[in-house]
Design a binder for this molecule. Structure first.
Ligand SMILES: [Zn+2]
Length: 301
């Protein structure tokens, strides 16, 4: 039948009816009543305790959402020593415990979420795959297992902004693979020292010049070599050179102005946005108040 070609994941159940309920296509299905293993002890059972109906959303077809009304059994566990007395059967490749979406649908949603992120994926999924909220997509991503972290010998340490300018944590990066391996909830020497103590074998710690990172690295991995990472080194050098040249500019200009041409400044696009508009609106007010003898901005809207 056509639906068997379109829904190969339903091969583990018996379809007893297909109907259209408003914009939704509904499949009424029942399990094949094969013996099922207990999820705790693994002993198979076919002793029926009761039956119930659950609804599972499946991948949409031709823009129409698909709902599976699934008749399943509750089974007794046949192992007297098992802590689980009764369990609900699951359909392999189709359902999981407490899941309201089929496994194929969860797979598709996960692909969309990983490619686009929560909000854009939610907009695209509506009407194409299944209506889903951005938070559900983010939960699906967060439920993914963490990738295995190999042996760490060279790690990078830096601050990580949970809320820019308010809350900072610590990010640790495996410099061999250039992948983050951990996030610590705070940026402190104690947090870094504890993490390094829990991860022995680190030989090189690549960090910025923050004193608390140096202290944490010294206490957590005293044998490791601490090096300044290239980005912070160049950033610090740039700042220092600019400061020196700024102080010496008049002096250098006075000696030989023809040989020290001013650096060309690329034209910048005029800033736009709420902040720029507010500053533009305030500027003439400030100039007017300064001209009238005031020396602060009190009273500005
Ligand atoms: Zn059991």
């Amino acid at each position: 039948m056509l639906w068997q070609l379109m829904f190969p994941h339903l091969s583990g159940v018996c379809v007893v009816g297909v109907s259209r309920v408003g914009p939704t296509i509904r499949f009424d299905v029942v399990t094949r009543e094969n013996p099922q293993p207990c999820p705790v002890c693994g002993v198979v059972s076919s002793r029926v305790h009761s039956r119930y109906s659950r609804e599972v959303t499946d991948v949409a077809v031709a823009g129409r959402e698909v709902l599976l009304r699934l008749g399943v059994r509750r089974l007794f566990c046949g192992n007297n020593g098992c802590e689980r007395r009764i369990f609900a059967e699951q359909v392999a490749g189709l359902t999981v415990r407490y899941g309201r979406r089929s496994l194929p649908l969860r797979y598709v949603l996960r692909r969309f979420a990983l490619a686009l992120g929560g909000r854009p994926a939610a907009r695209l999924c509506a009407g194409v795959v299944s209506a889903v909220s951005r938070m559900t997509l983010l939960r699906i991503i967060r439920a993914l297992p963490q990738p295995e972290v190999g042996e760490l010998t060279v790690v990078g340490v830096d601050e990580f902004a949970f809320r820019m300018g308010r809350n900072y944590g610590t990010i640790l990066v495996d410099m061999a693979t250039r992948r983050p391996v951990d996030l610590l909830p705070e940026a402190s020497s104690d947090a870094l020292a504890v993490w390094l103590t829990d991860h022995p074998g680190i030989e090189v710690i690549c960090r910025d010049r923050a004193g608390y990172f140096a202290d944490g690295a010294r206490r957590g991995a005293p044998a490791a070599v601490q090096v300044a990472d290239r980005w912070h080194l160049l950033a610090n050098l740039t700042t220092a050179v600019e400061r020196v040249l700024g102080r010496k500019r008049s002096c250098l200009n006075g000696r030989d102005p023809d040989r020290i041409p001013a650096l060309p400044i690329p034209p910048a696009d005029p800033p736009d946005g709420p902040l720029a508009q507010r500053i533009t609106r305030r500027h003439p007010q400030i100039q007017q108040m300064l001209a009238s003898g005031l020396d602060d901005q009190r009273g500005l809207a």
